[in-house]
Structures are given as structure tokens and as C-alpha cells.
Unconditional design. Structure first.
Length: 156
């Protein structure tokens, strides 16, 4: 079983999604049973749709349960807080544009660029991993190479 690294917030987010999907599953089960009682199942659109939806929900529920079972919460792990790792909030300056950027490195499940959370597997995060405050790094991105000065590394 592959270990999944999550922040505490990411773990709680997946747990909440799992609870919601289980609630939806119960509703779909009721709908499928009601549709089954209507007769011919081959031409019963409600039944067919319900079974498809039920299958999708069960797949996602299984995925989430597996991820949660194998999850390691990085907030509780002893990591070198000087270096950039999963869970780090990094403040950096783009040396070309002089713009200040702030990103938190998260798991793919938690990534939300609009909120400043980028996946640890993204090209930018990969270029930052292991670096520490005071260093300058060159990161190769699809849009070209970026020169970044790391100003601060924070763990919340």
C-alpha cells in the first residue's frame, strides 16, 4: 500500500468528502429501489441513471477510504523545518519581475492555486523542494525558467 502524505487540513477535507459521499450513496440507494419497483429495468432511465451514479459514488468512496487508511499526516512528522517540504508556506521573490509570491506546498488532493496551494508534484514545487530561506533557485517551468529568491519558509 502506497503511503499518502497529507496535511491535517487535507486529511479532514477528505474525511468530510467521504461522509458526504456516503450520505449521497444512501439517497441514491433509495432512488434505485424506488425505480426498481416501477417495473421493466431495461427501459427504466431512472434505474439506469441511479445504478451508474451509485457505481461512481462507490468508486470514489473506495478511493477515499484507501487514501485515508494509508495517509501520513505531515503536521505530526518530525521534518527539518528549515527546508522546503510538503506543508511549507514559501515566500519568494521572482528575480525577473521582482514580484513577491507566496505558495503553500500541498498534496494533489489539497491543491487549489486560487488559494495559493500548489501540488508538491507541480514543476514549481519540485524546483523548490529541499531549498531553504536565503537561497536562490532556478526552476524550469513550462513557460520558461524562473529565478526565485526564497525569502521565508513557514510551517503552520
Amino acid at each position: 500500500m502506497t503511503e499518502v502524505y497529507l496535511t491535517k487540513d487535507g486529511f479532514e477535507k477528505l474525511q468530510a468528502e467521504l461522509l458526504e459521499l456516503k450520505r449521497q450513496k444512501n439517497e441514491i440507494n433509495i432512488e434505485v429501489n424506488e425505480a426498481r419497483e416501477q417495473g421493466d429495468l431495461k427501459e427504466n432511465a431512472g434505474y439506469i441513471y441511479g445504478k451508474e451514479k451509485q457505481s461512481q459514488l462507490m468508486t470514489r468512496i473506495s478511493e477515499l477510504e484507501l487514501r485515508l487508511r494509508s495517509a501520513k499526516i505531515v503536521d505530526n512528522m518530525a521534518v527539518n523545518k528549515d527546508n522546503i517540504r510538503l506543508g511549507a508556506t514559501v515566500t519568494m521573490r521572482d528575480e525577473n519581475t521582482k514580484a513577491t509570491l507566496v505558495y503553500t506546498l500541498s498534496s494533489a488532493d489539497e491543491a487549489d492555486p486560487a488559494e495559493g496551494k500548489i501540488s508538491v508534484s507541480s514543476p514549481l514545487a519540485q524546483g523548490l523542494l529541499g531549498a531553504s530561506a536565503g537561497e536562490s533557485v532556478k526552476v524550469r517551468l513550462p513557460s520558461g525558467e524562473k529565478h526565485l529568491a526564497i525569502l521565508k519558509v513557514d510551517y503552520k
